[in-house]
Design a protein around this ligand. Structure first.
Ligand code: 2HA
Ligand code: ZN
Length: 278
């Protein structure tokens, strides 16, 4: 099968376009990666070029040795992915030590995988392990309202989690573990990757102050839905702050409400991080 006839490649391109439609990706902002299951890569093997040279990743990810990923290209625009995935994305193979990669499909007009490849792969490595292999998608985008909040809220996991949870019931339901926050750092390198990895061990969403978010999930719908839910709550916060001239919100979902939600019949088994209920 051709890569572009596979469900995973079509899902990847659709998600990129969903992000573009929601204005999460100005210019070449953001990046997306998918850890491809063995049977899905097997089905498209005839369309791969497995003869290229391996290049250094810039970090070591032994937990991903031999894995294949579909990723967006460095400098490529999300707005162009759906029309021409083979020009704007690629499939990479990680070598048997987890130190190097090579492009085996895509980037037909040249280019490299995303500048955030070290962060993506290091996040995949920890999420793969923490989720027992379930986690497959890492998504980075620049949603305007989350970034706006990072200009005004204290940059703590607690402040962000409560600010987002308290506007909308869906939030603690969808990300009951909360969100992590990384202060402003230079992007694209190993330091921000390490800081993000520390946070993504406990959360599925990490805010990069004055930059955007990183999130992780099992599939495209779950991961995009997570980013969308976070950004929607941030938008509500920004609207409320605008209506009230910056005064404190008058009604929010309270700590007692979160406990009520968690203990309800309707949401039986829902996990809400107890750290943020204190
Ligand atoms: O331009 O978003 O963080 C891609 C990015 C870098
Ligand atoms: Zn970015």
């Amino acid at each position: 099968m051709k890569v572009m006839d596979s469900a995973f490649a079509r899902g990847f391109a659709k998600m990129a376009d969903d992000g573009w439609q929601l204005r999460f990706h100005e210019r070449n902002g953001g990046n997306l990666s998918y850890r491809i299951p063995a049977e899905e890569i097997e089905a498209v093997r005839e369309d791969l070029n497995l003869t290229g040279d391996f290049l250094p990743i810039g970090t070591e990810v032994p937990g991903l040795a031999g894995e294949f990923f579909m990723v967006t290209g460095s400098g490529k625009y999300f707005s162009n992915v759906l029309a021409a995935p083979e020009e704007n994305c690629c499939i990479i193979e990680v070598d048997e030590k987890g130190e190097r990669y090579r492009v085996v499909w895509g980037l037909t007009k040249g280019g490299r995988p995303t500048s955030e490849l070290p962060t993506h792969l290091m996040n995949h490595e920890v999420k793969k392990q923490a989720s027992g292999g379930r986690s497959r998608v890492i998504y980075h985008c620049h949603p305007v309202n989350v970034i706006a909040l990072s200009c005004v809220l204290p940059l703590t996991d607690r402040d962000f989690t409560l600010a987002l949870w308290q506007n909308m019931t869906e939030c603690p339901v969808v990300y009951g573990e909360g969100v992590g926050v990384v202060p402003w750092m230079v992007c694209g390198g190993r330091d921000i990757a390490l800081a993000t990895v520390e946070k993504i061990k406990s959360y599925n969403v990490v805010v990069w102050a004055q930059h955007g978010i990183f999130c992780a999930g099992a599939d495209f719908d779950e991961t995009f839905g997570l980013a969308h839910t976070v950004e929607k709550s941030a938008e509500i916060y920004v609207k409320v702050a605008s209506m009230t001239a910056g005064e404190t919100r008058r009604q929010v979902i309270t700590r007692e409400n979160f406990i009520e939600l968690k203990n309800s019949e309707e949401f039986k088994g829902l996990y809400i991080n107890p750290e943020f209920l204190k």
